[in-house]
Every structure is written in structure tokens, then in C-alpha cells.
Design a protein around this ligand. Structure first.
Ligand SMILES: O=C(O)CCC(=O)C(=O)O
Ligand SMILES: [Fe+2]
Length: 356
């Protein structure tokens, strides 16, 4: 019906890695802020470290488990993210994922282009290697290349886009992270006095997991350019493994940007918008960003766990009554996720569309 609207043609971009080292200036399209845009940055965020071993003690629970649960509650209500200790994922596996990722990005461009996210050289697709989708000339770009892959449902994996060196480790790492997520979600449900399975059950039969390997090359103008612009994750929950030696992730709280500390083999849990909606805003999906570094490259690996796109979510019924009105509308995941890019590229937050 009606006229076909012509989509703006995406303009193929050079990977940022190819721009890095080309001088002291950056192309104007990457400039996100003015030099005098001084926002307060606290030294380091006192982001809680949660010991999963203590938290998930079997019954009867000791005092230490209760104390850990209280700390988890504070973490989820105030920061929306926490560092995980005692997570059970073996150090050699974490190192192998980082090394495989580093190895991938270190390859010559032609090799990486075999996995490009520009089908036929011009049609942007979500999966693969490259940059963000470019929708307009005015869009501010991120100083970051990435490889984005659908990991679950397993039968929807697009294996030709999985670099050989990453296949085994990604499979293994996802399996371990999924176990961790499945241990943590019941603990989060308990904090809200929901059934242990409440969150797990929300995922549905075709829960959707994506992996994002991000590579942030050194940038000559960290004062002007973001590795990743401010956003909150559209996921249910995100597991994030960040570079042990280079910081850059910052989280916004009460109008202040805090540096998220790095620890050796850091694993972070970051709540996404779907959790904020289901918890009726009790748990936060934090706004975060990545700043660039003039000297050092930085890598991160994120796993985004998301509800089956065909399902709808809304604040848990038990959390809504005459004294606690629903703060979010019912949203269809497919539509919500479709709105993510558009909002992100315009510097807006898609969760604002779900608020009542
Ligand atoms: O690289 C990081 O530390 C954060 C990445 C991130 O926020 C994302 O991929 O959504
Ligand atoms: Fe994020």
C-alpha cells in the first residue's frame, strides 16, 4: 500500500582501526562533545563486588549469604551493575576469549572483511564485523569496531560469520556465562519476593543471546570522542568481560559519571532495560558509556541476554498494587529492540518510550 519509501543508503565506513594512527585529528563525524564539555567524573565508582559463591549458598543460609544478598540489592537498586567475584568461570577460558578476540582484530582488514556486516557491500545487517549502522550524515559515530553475533537460539546461529578462532571459545564461554546468569536470576527474583523462576521463565522458548566483541583503538582526541556513546542496554541482563589493563567504561549515577574499576579478568553484570521494566523500576538499567584512550587499545566482550522477541513484558504483577502503580507499559520485545538503534543514534533512550 502507498509509496515505497526509499531507505537512506548506508555509507560504507572505514573501520576505526584504519583511522587510528592517522594523525592528531579525528574526522568530524566522530566528535561527540566539545572540549569544554567538562562533566564531573569521580575517581572510581564504588561498584559493589558480589561473591556468587557466598550469595548462592544452599539452605540453610548463613549470615554471610544474607549479607551478600543485601549488597546485591543495593547494587541493583543504585548502580544497576556489579562486579562478580567467585563466578566459577575459569581464568584460562576468559583469557582464551580475550586472546581470540584480540587475535581477530589484529588481522589484516581483508581477513576481517570476510565477516563484514555490510551484505553485498552496501546493506547493513546486524550480525558481523564492522561499525554501527549509519542512518544519517549527522549521526555521531563511535570510536569502536565490533563483531556482533547471534549465539542463541542455537539453531539460528549464522556460523559463516563466526571466525574459526572464536567458535570454540565463544561456545564454551557462553555456556559458562549462561550458567552464571541462571544462578543469579533466582537471587534477584528473591530480592523482590518473586518466585525463584520468575525471571528465568520470562525468557520464553526462543530467548535471544547476542555476543559483541568490541575493539576500541587508541584515539588522538579522548576529550572529543566516545568509544561508545551514552546508552542503557536493551537486554534483560548483560554479562561483560572488560580489558583487565585499560579502563574506559563509565556509569552515570545522580548526574555524575563514574569510572567502573577494572580488576584482573573482570566480569561485570549490567542490568538491561527489560529488567528495569519487569522490576517496575526497582532495579536500574544504568546509563553507561565508554571513553577513549590516547595511548592504549581496549577490548571488551559482552553477552546480551534478551527475552524471546515474540514475547511481551511488563512490570511483574506482584510488584503492582494500589500503592505501587505500574511505571512502564507492556512492551513487545521485537518492537522495543527495533527502536534501540534509532534512539541510540539520536542520543535518546528507548526506555523513555515505555514509561507511563
Ligand atoms: O566496552 C564496554 O566496556 C561496554 C560495552 C557496552 O556497553 C555495550 O556493548 O553495550
Ligand atoms: Fe552497554
Amino acid at each position: 500500500m502507498g509509496r515505497a519509501v526509499e531507505e537512506p543508503r548506508p555509507m560504507p565506513l572505514l573501520p576505526v582501526q584504519e583511522l587510528a594512527g592517522a594523525g592528531d585529528d579525528v574526522p568530524a563525524r566522530y566528535v561527540a562533545r566539545a572540549t569544554n564539555d567538562a562533566e564531573a567524573v569521580a575517581a572510581a565508582a564504588p561498584v559493589p563486588v558480589i561473591d556468587v559463591g557466598l550469595l548462592c549458598q544452599l539452605q540453610p543460609r548463613g549470615e554471610s549469604a544474607t549479607a551478600e544478598a543485601a549488597r546485591l540489592r543495593t547494587a541493583l537498586e543504585s548502580w544497576g551493575l556489579f562486579l562478580v567475584a567467585n563466578h566459577g568461570i575459569e581464568a584460562p577460558l576468559m583469557d582464551a576469549v580475550m586472546e581470540a578476540s584480540r587475535g581477530f582484530f589484529r588481522q589484516p582488514l581483508e581477513e576481517k572483511q570476510r565477516y563484514t556486516n555490510m551484505a553485498d557491500g552496501e546493506h547493513f545487517q546486524l550480525e558481523g564485523y564492522g561499525n554501527d549502522r549509519v542512518a544519517s550524515e549527522g549521526q555521531v559515530l563511535d570510536w569502536c569496531d565490533r563483531l556482533y553475533l547471534k549465539v542463541e537460539p542455537q539453531d539460528e546461529r549464522n556460523l559463516p560469520l563466526w571466525p574459526t578462532r572464536l567458535r570454540g571459545v565463544l561456545q564454551e564461554f557462553t555456556a559458562e556465562c549462561t550458567k552464571l546468569k541462571d544462578r543469579l536470576l533466582p537471587e534477584m527474583a528473591k530480592l523482590l519476593e518473586l518466585d525463584d523462576d520468575y525471571f528465568g521463565d520470562q525468557f520464553g522458548d526462543k530467548a535471544d543471546t547476542h555476543a559483541r566483541f568490541s575493539y576500541y583503538p587508541p584515539c588522538p582526541r579522548p576529550d572529543l570522542v566516545f568509544g561508545l556513546k551514552p546508552h542503557s542496554d536493551g537486554s534483560f541482563v548483560t554479562l561483560l568481560m572488560v580489558d583487565s589493563s585499560v579502563g574506559g567504561l563509565q556509569v552515570l549515577r545522580d548526574g555524575v559519571w563514574y569510572d567502573v574499576p577494572t580488576r584482573p579478568r573482570t566480569l561485570l553484570i549490567n542490568l538491561g532495560d527489560q529488567m528495569e521494566i519487569m522490576s517496575n523500576g526497582i532495579f536500574r538499567s544504568p546509563v553507561h558509556r565508554v571513553v577513549t584512550n590516547a595511548e592504549k587499545e581496549r577490548l571488551s566482550v559482552a553477552l546480551f541476554y534478551s527475552v524471546d522477541p515474540e514475547r511481551e513484558i511488563q512490570p511483574a504483577g506482584k510488584l503492582v498494587d494500589e500503592n505501587h502503580q505500574a511505571l512502564y507499559k507492556k512492551v513487545k520485545i521485537k518492537e522495543y529492540v527495533a527502536g534501540l538503534f534509532e534512539h541510540f543514534s539520536q542520543g535518546k533512550m528507548v526506555i523513555d518510550t515505555a514509561r507511563i
